[in-house]
Design a protein around this ligand. Sequence first.
Ligand code: M6R
Length: 583
Amino acid sequence: MCGIIGYVGHQDAFPILEQGLRRLEYRGYDSFGFATQHEGTLHITKSAGKISGATLTPLPGSIGIAHTRWATHGGVTDENAHPHVDCSGSIAVVHNGIIENFQALRAELEKKGHSFSSGTDTEIIAHLIEEQKTDFVEAVRKAACRLAGRFAIVAEHAGDKLLVGVRRGSPLIVGTGKDELFVASDIPAFLTHTKTVMYIDDGEFVVLSTEPKFFSIETGEPVTKRRIEVSWDAADAEKGDYPHFMIKEIMEQKETIQRAIHQDDNEIQRIADAIKNAYGTFFIGCGTAAKVCQTAEYLFSRIAQRHVNFVPASEFASHEHFLKENTLVIAVSQSGETADVLEAVETAKKKGAKVIAIVNVTGSSLTRIADTSFLINAGPEQAVASTKATTAQLALVMMLAYATAGKLDEGRRLLVDTAGMVNDMLNPRYMKLVEGIAKQMTNKRNAYIIGRGLNFPMALEAAIKIMEVSYVHAQGFAAGELKHGPIALIQQGEPVIAIIPQDETHDAMISNVMEVKARGGFVIGVSPKNNPEFDAWIRVPDARNASPIVSIIPIQILAYYLGVARGCDVDKPRNLAKSVTVK
Ligand code: M6R
């Protein structure tokens, strides 16, 4: 959560920072701010609200930092917006993460005479740097040594023509251009300027002046780094002709499923063999990625007759007693930065378990701590609601399940076919049909989604999608559980989306649909075949074991149009942020 960008170079910093911040807005959008330096003075502007839509007056200078916030400590106010400064107003700091010992540090600094003007944990960093009373770079290092928690910080000092970036647990990446340097929470922030990046690892800091110089926070010793070229295109991080990133990313599923299965077969088989020989395999993730992990339980059972465990990453600590050296933990994360996932992985590694990452963002924290990483190659996902990353993750998990069954080729053929079906499905007529159904739901307060087997986790995922982008209360259920309680919720006209593939769950699902109909529910069937019990039908292809992929896509589309029809900011839903880098 929170987006950071910093610039040192020969151009005016402000337009570069502004553009970068707009690209990072998906990380948090409660407030924003800038601090540039010019002729030895800091120039600061900050405000509550979203940067998109704000009219800004440029600040002077060719060095600066900027921030877009997702509030943790301190409400959404102008005062709490970053950057924060020290007592003298000559040190400015932007920060992502949480300083866990901020109360103790604030009390200590107040005793020493520092006065605070915000309710944030961030402001103590600026005062702590000031308190070190030594040269700026060393002061930042010493201050960082005193901070507890996971964070990324960028600091500047009026008169010092440099920036200092510190990373411990939250992402921070350096971009190197010709006579100019960038530092940001995520690569798209500077992608129009450079594709050459250098990764700061946890426990390190970087000094950006003419050349980036990396050091250990603890010892101050220099660290050697490589320059890496990223393959993402600046256009990938733009909306293009689409009104929202969410719909652009939904449409990109025409290609992303195909890209996800473009993997090294030997590596897939090696991990599949490791699953066979492991003392238990855990699939862990959060939110939508957790629903992919839950689907893995069904896929492995069905395709490879093998038991794997799904645990939400935030609950993983309770399972640590089951970890042995030959336990396998497969962590699924779009961003590779989700704090709960990283913490679970750290727990697993401490116990000697091997960690495999299924990730979208190259070079992310997860890829750096996992023993093996598979990139899903979906390209930047900017809408808060995950869509193309979800289906790419599902495809990769499916490949692993088929490989575990010794049927990798069969799995790949199925997924190639599925990618073709998705391509056919995402046509203008189909979009119109789903939009029409979404419009019928515009004034509904609730929506329920039911599924069985492979598509039970997709019913849960469908609920996340609808809730987060349209704010309609949505709940997913295992269809068989309906009569054990939730059916009490069904009233006349209440929308119930039933995911009904052409598999062994079909007949039982139709029985559940009839139970819903008998109570007046409005049934939207997501199915390859129409049924007289459906009030509305969203046709999906018969993708057999890949049915979760083709079933979730029309519900993503439905959620999108429902959000748009209800006037919601679908790309940036209230209270949410794309990467949840705090616990
Ligand atoms: O980056 P990650 O995949 O680790 O993110 C996990 C969740 O925060 C994410 O899936 C979240 O649930 C999305 N808003 C769902 O659309």
